[in-house]
Write a protein that binds this ligand. Structure first.
Ligand code: PMV
Length: 336
């Protein structure tokens, strides 16, 4: 079975867990699924396969990457009763493991393809909970458009659901890739645990999230992009501040990250709708409008250290794909 899912970028970040085994987030989060950042994954359970196999962007994966997928497949095997190993083939339309949310689209597509291959029919909520076990942000990639993740109290209530907003058709993200999409320095999983364990600012970060979620939801309901963007930028800075203050520091930013932030602040001062957000990598994603996106993309392309810039809009929910209808994903931007 083959499934396709979009990556998502959080506007209110998930950064910290309260339960590592069930991958329960410490707080909720809120994101936008993006049409231009896609993962397509095929899962086949194959008789006689000695171990699970993972082929990622045409290359057989190393044990570490395959191990995470295998652990996830164990959950699907225990839910379905299927006992045999699987061959997983996955392709991204963007650089893998670079802070461009490949684990979100990756585990969302895997959750859908693997459950269907195992003969399970899960609804959106159950799929979201399952995808969460692979990666917290993947729970959100089951749905399209704006998505709200609930921290919940137990496993059963830690899932995502879509949020309606009049902004969904006109919103754009300008994605500025910095440093050619090289693998990130600290995986988000370890970095958020390290921040929670050592950063004196972590408590302050967690206290910020519920208020930010309420503000973001109100902005979405009212169709107020300026309110949403202002909040998203402030929330990203708060998350990164907590990580930077960890001991030793988790610093994802490079000089070009700051150059993009300064450029966006300058464009905003000239009246443009543009707000920054950054995840577990140096890249900057700019929340903007359909009208302002081309100018922003043009300005960011000229900055030193920015190696690729793409404009994308809101993407759809994860879907099963007929194997005869598999799209050829565009190649990822070339590394430096
Ligand atoms: O889903 P994970 O474990 O890759 O963590 C995602 C962390 C951030 O991308 C930094 C924030 C988020 O909410 O997506």
């Amino acid at each position: 079975m083959t499934a396709r899912a979009c990556a998502n970028i959080a506007l209110v970040k998930y950064w910290g867990k309260r339960d590592a085994l069930l991958n329960l987030p410490a707080e909720g989060s809120l994101s936008l699924s993006l049409a231009g950042l896609l993962t397509e994954t095929t899962v086949q359970f194959v008789e006689g396969l000695a171990a699970d196999e993972l082929i990622l962007d045409g290359v057989t994966a190393k044990t570490g990457e395959a191990g995470r997928v295998s652990e996830f497949l164990d959950i699907v095997r225990s839910l379905s009763g299927v006992q045999i190993n699987a061959r997983v083939t996955s392709r991204n339309s963007f650089p893998t493991a670079s802070g461009l949310a490949s684990s979100a689209s990756g585990f969302a597509a895997l959750a859908l393809a693997a459950t269907q291959a195992a003969g399970l029919e899960l609804d959106g909520k159950a799929l979201s909970r399952l995808a969460r076990r692979g990666s917290g942000s993947a729970a959100r990639s089951i749905f399209g458009g704006f998505v709200r993740m609930y921290a919940g109290i137990r496993d059963e209530d830690a899932y995502a659901e879509p949020l309606a907003s009049p902004l969904v058709d006109s919103v754009r993200m300008v994605v500025a890739v910095i440093g050619g999409g090289a693998p990130k320095s600290h995986g988000s999983r370890d970095a958020m645990d390290h921040t929670a364990a050592t950063s004196p600012l972590y408590r302050g970060w967690l206290d910020t999230v519920p208020k930010d979620l309420a503000t973001a939801e109100a902005a979405l309901a009212a169709g107020d992009l300026e309110k949403l963007g202002t909040l998203a930028e402030a929330n990203a800075f708060a998350m990164h501040a907590s990580a930077i203050a960890a001991r030793p520091s988790v610093m994802y930013w490079r000089p070009a990250t700051l150059a993009v932030i300064a450029e966006i602040q300058g464009l905003r001062a000239c009246g443009m709708a543009a707000w920054c957000t950054m995840d577990a990598g140096p890249h900057v994603k700019v929340l903007t409008t359909e009208a302002d996106a081309p100018t922003i993309a043009m300005r960011l392309r000229d900055l030193e250290g920015v190696t690729a810039v793409t404009i994308t809009g809101a993407g759809p929910a994860a879907i099963a794909v007929d194997p005869t209808d598999i799209v050829t994903l565009p190649p990822p931007p070339a590394a430096e």
